[in-house]
Ligand binder design. Structure first.
Ligand code: RUB
Length: 324
């Protein structure tokens, strides 16, 4: 999606509502919106009418409402943890609500900068990849789309295939963005994905095989699995079957550290997204994401370079100790 214009938002509730209905789309944008939302809360907060404990309680409640608006968004949750823990570590004796509010505002901006910098590093680190002629992607990852654009500049005749991504068609955002970048872009139905990846269709329509699959990620597990848009597992399986590389494009800050001791909980969305005026009595189930086996993932393109799934736990423990 295009950069979000936060000046249009007057309240935290408006942002939460846009995160929930996927008007604000993609993990990075959800996290950015969480901290822009917290800034709106702080701007409107009346320091005169509360003490320190009440302020912290209100801040936690609003932060939780934003960061947990969708269940699979650890980048937002981890950022909230950063703001709350760094506030206390840097200002152990601070009790004045006005000063505290200013510090939290600065920390929100600090975490927004961490997100921006890590995305820039991920894009830079993708330059390690070899030259490719045709890429494949699913749904809309702002990071994967930018990487595909950068890689396209290295070769003549570069092509990209992307999926529609039912039921909300986020793949159309990707298709439009890639076209805006001037890329030779082909949109396919989700059900055609594996055929394209194993080259049953590419020879007729694209004249060249798919070399590489890029997937975004909403959540990474401590075991080196990735949670991404429904359909991602089958796409990764097809690539594994055809011995094609699958790269998950993601900040390590999307790791859910709780997955060290509990399974991933997948978001299920309203069935009406599948069929709004479905016949009465029809059962519909609408999982938003799915877990991609670490064995299907060639590597994670991260802010710390391209790393193997089995390196996730050690990298996060080393680089983001404040999460533990
Ligand atoms: C979006 C999605 C994206 C990731 C990564 O799902 O699956 O691949 O969020 O995006 P939804 P980014 O449309 O349901 O939010 O790289 O921009 O963080």
């Amino acid at each position: 999606m295009a950069e979000i214009d936060f000046s249009k938002y007057r309240s935290v509730d408006e942002i939460v509502s846009d995160i929930k209905d996927v008007t604000i789309q993609g993990a990075t944008n959800v996290a950015i919106s969480t901290f822009e939302g917290l800034k709106i809360f702080l701007e409107n907060y009346d320091c005169g009418s509360s003490n320190y404990d009440e302020f912290i309680e209100d801040l936690n409640r609003v932060g939780y409402t934003l960061a947990y608006a969708r269940p699979n968004e650890p980048l937002a949750k981890n950022g909230l943890k950063y703001v709350m823990s760094v506030l206390v570590i840097r200002n152990p004796d601070l009790r004045d609500v006005t000063s505290c509010k200013e510090k939290v505002y600065e920390l929100c901006d600090e975490f927004l900068e961490i997100i921006r910098e890590s995305k820039e590093k991920i894009i830079k680190n993708s330059e390690e990849l070899p030259e490719i002629q045709q890429a494949f992607t699913h749904c809309h990852s702002s990071t994967a789309t930018k990487i595909i654009y950068n890689l396209s500049k290295r070769v003549e005749g570069f092509k990209v295939v992307c999926t529609e991504t039912r039921p909300l068609y986020q793949g159309r955002i990707t298709a439009k963005k890639l076209l805006d970048y001037g890329l030779d872009t082909t949109l396919i139905a989700d059900s055609a994905a594996s055929s394209f990846i194993i080259d049953k269709c590419t020879h007729e329509f694209c004249t060249q095989p798919i070399d590489i699959v890029f997937l975004g990620s909403d959540e990474i597990t401590m075991n080196g699995e990735a949670v991404n848009k429904i359909g991602s597992w089958g796409i990764a399986l097809a690539a594994y079957f055809a011995s094609k590389p699958v790269y998950v494009v993601s900040s390590i800050l999307k790791t859910e550290v709780e997955t060290a001791y509990r399974p991933v909980k997948i978001e299920y969305r309203e069935a009406s997204e599948i069929w709004e005026d479905a016949p009465e009595g029809l059962k519909m189930v609408n999982p938003s994401f799915e877990l991609i086996n670490s064995g299907f993932i060639t590597g994670f393109i991260t802010e710390f370079g391209i790393i193997k799934p089995n390196e996730i736990a050690s990298v996060i423990q080393k680089e983001y100790q404040w999460l533990f």
